[in-house]
Design a protein around this ligand. Structure first.
Ligand SMILES: Nc1ncnc2c1ncn2[C@@H]1O[C@H](COP(=O)(O)OP(=O)(O)OP(=O)(O)O)[C@@H](O)[C@H]1O
Ligand SMILES: [Mg+2]
Length: 308
């Protein structure tokens, strides 16, 4: 069974998507893992980092996006094999990496509320909140569980908002990864996220053994020399607040080749592997596997080291 890893931070624009697609590509290319990237953000940045807008438009027209799986889950029509039908191979001349395309219009809040409200009315012993929570518990689990055997890692690129899909993803994930800029607002986004995760565990009565574990914080878009001192102070604060081992030693530098890579619908580690950004992502991938090994029970660690 593969691991579900949510990439998340309540703050927008901190490098969640960039880290997700580059980490996924590194694990596929350099560690021969089978990896799936799931785009949970209506901005569809992960999707458009791995395929052209023209290809996306065709897929969307053929109802090949996450939206249709969520729609089926809402109406109770989701079949076990449905997610496999929607997954696409990455077209960029490299195996091992697949994408479950997102959509600019993932679900309709009103429809979800209406369906769940009717369900609550039909079950007098259950109130609306409990029906909603159990839907949230099962939504992403039911969509992704049939795919877990096919992949070593399934990365969930979350939106910067704490919506139904983000919560459902955190409930079903084994791990979560927090990218952050070394600046106060991203740091606050991290603290807010930690608070929400704690609340989620309580409201959804998640078994502590099964709750998503923080795999680590990755500092992104770090700048050198001029602003270095200030960023270092912020990083120090984060290391004090979190366990030092939860912060990745590698931080990803600001590097124009990283954002330019999106023009070629490729993660920079594939389009421009010798840049400083690509080297940093490779080091992050290595650390990611090491951290995972230290967090997982022995049997699973052996499985991981064999795969490396
Ligand atoms: N190391 C980097 N160097 C230069 N540019 C970067 C780097 N990392 C990310 N970027 C750019 O910064 C912008 C934000 O990154 P990204 O989309 O990954 O953030 P995000 O957290 O996923 O945003 P959102 O919250 O909107 O989903 C993008 O334009 C991306 O290309
Ligand atoms: Mg994003």
């Amino acid at each position: 069974m593969g691991y579900l890893v949510a990439t998340t931070n309540m703050k927008g624009g901190v490098g969640k998507t960039t880290l997700t697609v580059n980490l996924a590509a590194c694990l596929a290319k350099y560690h021969r893992k089978r990896v799936l990237v799931v785009d949970l953000d209506p901005q569809i940045s992960a999707t458009l980092s791995l395929m052209s807008p023209t290809d996306f438009a065709k897929i969307r027209k053929d109802k090949g996006t996450l939206k249709h799986l969520i729609q089926k889950a809402i109406t109770g029509d989701l079949g076990y094999g449905d997610a496999k039908e929607v997954v696409r191979s990455y077209a960029g001349n490299m195996g091992g990496i697949d994408i479950l395309p997102g959509d600019i219009d993932l679900y309709n809040d009103f429809l979800v509320s209406e369906v769940l409200y009717k369900k609550a009315v039909r079950n007098p012993e259950r109130n609306f909140e409990s029906v909603w929570n159990s839907f949230e518990d099962s939504l992403m689990h039911n969509i992704l569980n049939p795919l877990k055997n096919t992949y070593d890692f399934i990365f969930l690129d979350c939106a910067p908002s704490y919506n139904l899909v983000t919560r459902s993803s955190l409930v079903c994930s084994d791990f979560y990864l927090i990218p952050s800029k070394a600046e106060p607002l991203s740091y606050i986004g991290m603290q807010l996220l930690e608070r929400q995760v704690k609340k989620l565990v309580e409201t959804h009565q998640i078994d502590p053994k099964k709750q998503a574990q923080l795999i680590g914080i990755v500092f992104t878009m770090s700048r050198s020399i001029l602003a270095g001192r200030y960023y270092k102070q912020v990083m120090k604060r984060v290391r004090q607040e979190f366990n030092d081992s939860q912060v990745f030693k590698t931080s990803v530098p600001m590097d124009v080749s990283v954002s330019r890579a999106v023009d070629s619908f490729k993660p920079v580690v594939l389009s421009d592997p010798d840049t400083t950004g690509s080297k940093a992502f490779r080091a992050v991938a290595q650390e990611f596997l090491q951290k995972l090994q230290s967090l997982t029970p022995t049997a699973q660690s052996v499985r991981l080291s064999k795969l490396e």
